[in-house]
Design a protein around this ligand. Structure first.
Ligand code: FBP
Length: 264
């Protein structure tokens, strides 16, 4: 079984749109949530009605809320935003548990450049092996971070993250956007046969800002987008989902995508 076969569950016509919802733990509920999106059922509803190709959850949310409607990627490690200093995110769920919860893929964050990167690289190595034994993809969130990383969206740093993902055996890498399609293309090239998903990031000031980043990533050869806040913090998440599908699956131009989110 190769990467494409493993990733197929999360792709439609070779592209993917993943809805991420691990921020309650990673950032804290008061940082990101309101009365609506604090409810996991609200997010799962967006995932199915918005025709996302995957949803990303930590194990506690999966155990209590996952309804099987959209393929699940179980995020196997996590950390809170409370500790300061060099970042480390360690494993809180096994591949076996993830599969028993219905996961069709597993995710893991590596803070490349942290003084603790060796621990995360080792854990990811074990997870990747187990995932492949089970026939499910291992998706790496590769976020360069820590004292040694001055700019985590600098093109050479993002390309480094993408390449590290390929070399440690990730089926797909989730990386930050570099700011333009030209430099992101180099990162996609560096990822080789590992699929590239652009990471959404904090809610952009305008829909146009966000959608133009997504368009840039897709034009650069990305397989899709893994997004949280820019969808479920949107006042109309399903309209934003429609705009994203326009770009990702239908090859639509920015202006056409924007028509889905204009106030009606
Ligand atoms: P967003 O689209 O909301 O940025 O979600 C993508 C994601 O990778 C989440 O899976 C994760 O919780 C978050 O970003 C990490 O954010 P940060 O860069 O602040 O650590």
């Amino acid at each position: 079984m190769n990467t494409n076969t493993r990733m197929n569950t999360f792709l439609r016509d070779g592209k993917g749109l993943l809805l991420a919802y691990d921020q309650g733990f990673e950032h804290g509920p008061s940082a990101d949530f309101d009365d609506k999106n604090i409810d996991p059922n609200y997010i799962l509803d967006i995932a199915s009605k918005g025709e996302f190709t995957g949803v990303v959850l930590h194990k506690g949310i999966a155990e209590k809320y996952y309804n099987g409607r959209v393929p699940l990627i179980l995020k196997l490690n996590g950390k809170s935003s409370l500790p300061k200093g060099e970042p480390i995110s360690t494993q809180i769920c096994t591949v076996e548990e993830a599969i028993s919860l219905g996961a069709k893929g597993v995710g893991y964050t590596i803070y490349l450049g942290s003084v603790h990167e060796n621990i995360m690289l080792q854990e990811f190595g074990d997870i990747q092996r187990e995932a492949h034994e089970e026939g499910v993809p291992a998706i790496a969130w590769i976020y360069p971070r820590g004292e040694a990383v001055k700019n985590d969206t600098a093109p050479e740093i993002v390309a480094y993250a993408a390449r590290a993902g390929l070399e440690v055996g990730a089926d797909a890498v989730k990386i930050k956007y570099t700011g333009d399609a030209g430099t992101f293309r180099w990162a996609v090239k560096a990822a080789g046969l590992a699929r590239v998903f652009m990471s959404g990031g904090p809610k952009a000031p305008t829909d146009e800002t966000f959608l133009s980043q997504v368009k840039g990533a897709i034009d650069a050869g990305a397989s899709g987008l893994a997004v949280g806040r820019n969808v479920w913090q949107h006042n109309d998440p399903l309209k934003m989902a429609a705009a994203l599908k326009e770009i990702i699956f239908d090859g639509g131009e920015l202006q056409k995508a924007l028509q889905h989110v204009v106030a009606q």
